[in-house]
Design a protein around this ligand. Sequence first.
Ligand code: ZN
Length: 237
Amino acid sequence: MENKPWGLYETMIPTQIEDVLNSTPIAYIPWGALEYHSYHNPVGLDGIKAHGLCVDLAKEVGGVVLPPIYQAANLIKSYPGVDFKMHSIEFSEGLIRLTCQEYFQQLVETGFKVVVCLTGHAGEPHIDILKEVAKEFSEKYPHHRFWSLAEFDVLSDDLLVANHSALGETSLQLHYAPETVHQELLPKDREITLVEDGVAGQDPRLADATRGALIAETFVSNASKEIASLLKSVKDQ
Ligand SMILES: [Zn+2]
């Protein structure tokens, strides 16, 4: 396969961005959060995960990767029935919508034809807002393509489901930034729960980098096919 130009947007000079625009005019927005992720994971997990996956996609398909947006709504901080007020910075739903619209609008104006918004944070309606903005822009710009997704949208349930700092997220973090994970801080003598530990999903003590690599590889294989076909549909019109 020919080598597709790609880069980290904030590190690129105009001629490098124009090379990408001329061959694979795709922009990736990794959407993160600053959110409590239990004892063992960093508060920026969602953005680190989304950025890692977007870089892997860009290497496969081409395009530019924007810096992660550490701005999310609907965090565990305000989740009913649990008490995790610390270590999260939460933004309003209206601001999430506006931020997404302003990125999409200016990426179109600067020449990108396909915009992929990968959210590592799956709070609701945070994730629905990003999908609604993609739909709104698809109608506004029928010759462009906009795709907002979470990583589990293109993975089978046996590999990954939506989770909070559980088996799936902890494995991905061990794959992309193992030095930031402290599994030894998880309790050893009892079940891990949402109310006590702020973990939603399967047991994070079973997480490992091998599983994280498999999730990442499968995600890239599935999502890259979709993105390549979105780009082809833009070029064919
Ligand atoms: Zn998360």
